[in-house]
Write a protein of this length. Structure first.
Length: 278
């Protein structure tokens, strides 16, 4: 479904480079971006491409009532009707329920299970109730989506491809029940399935069990809502693999974002890591 984009766009930004890339590409294509930042690490970069950057309780994503009130007030005052959620918000915050404000607890109670999609959908709905359309995360960064193929100089062995195929099936099955997007496989044995810790910690856990030669697979969930949690990898992912001696990463083609693609592929080649999209 196509959507008519407004000239003035809102950006709700977490950690990392993805919000910066969205703001950069939007500005280069003639859009004005107003950012509400929930993080600290990318503020300076965001200010290069956004007409305004509001810092909203960085590190306090459990203060849902304050964040919603401030964010929605800003978007209303700026006359913004469309917004994009991008960037990392650590899911481990869900373990700190004792720190949540009343509105956060009210929203979380509405979720039958505190998994990724249920919680994010409830937050997105809060914005849409007040007339803010939350956009597909990839609208401004489709150039970062990866087509099928081997991306670096190294090709997978037959044994690695067996692990990739098994891992792809397994990750899709896990996605059906909203567990996670990533798995770690070694010799067709499951070393790790991503849970609340995130991809990098899943790689660490699984690769330590595998000792060396682990295969990492990351996919989109079968019913992926593209307004949040699009699968993405970057240089940090590859550095984690190197540190824990994983040999290959396969992502789902045309559904996964690779941030800093040239740097990621160069790092993979220099460290004998196979990187591919299937």
């Amino acid at each position: 479904m196509s959507i008519m984009l407004e000239n003035k766009q809102g950006l709700i930004a977490g950690d990392g480079i993805l919000p910066v890339e969205m703001a950069r590409h939007a500005k280069e294509n003639g859009f004005e971006v107003v950012c509400i930042s929930l993080a600290n690490d990318n503020l300076r970069q965001l200010k290069k491409y956004c007409s305004k950057v509001y810092s909203c309780h960085p590190g306090e994503v459990n203060k849902i009532e304050k964040i919603l009130k401030i964010s929605l007030t800003i978007l209303k005052d700026e006359e913004i009707k469309q917004a994009t959620f991008l960037g990392k918000v650590h899911k481990r915050v869900l373990l700190q329920l004792h720190k949540f404000d009343a509105r956060a607890i009210e929203i979380l109670k509405a979720a039958q299970r505190l998994n990724d999609d249920k919680v994010m959908l409830l937050i997105v709905n809060e914005f849409e109730k007040l007339g803010i359309t939350v956009l597909d995360q990839t609208i401004f960064i489709k150039n970062l989506m990866i087509p099928s193929g081997v991306l670096g100089k190294l090709k997978p062995s037959d044994a690695q491809m067996e692990d990739v195929n098994y891992g792809f099936w397994l990750a899709k099955e896990m996605g059906k029940i909203d567990v996670g997007q990533s798995v770690v496989i070694k010799d067709k044995m499951i070393m790790a399935v991503e849970a609340i810790e995130g991809t990098d910690m899943c790689i660490k856990r699984g690769s330590k069990l595998a000792k060396k030669g682990a295969v990492v697979v990351k996919v989109a969930k079968p019913s992926q809502d593209k307004r949040f949690d699009i699968p993405a990898i970057g240089l940090r992912t590859l550095k984690t693999m190197k540190k824990y001696k994983a040999d290959l990463i396969a992502v789902e083609a045309n559904e996964t974002i690779i941030v800093d693609q040239e740097k990621v592929i160069k790092f993979a080649d220099e460290n004998d890591i196979v990187i591919m999209a299937v």
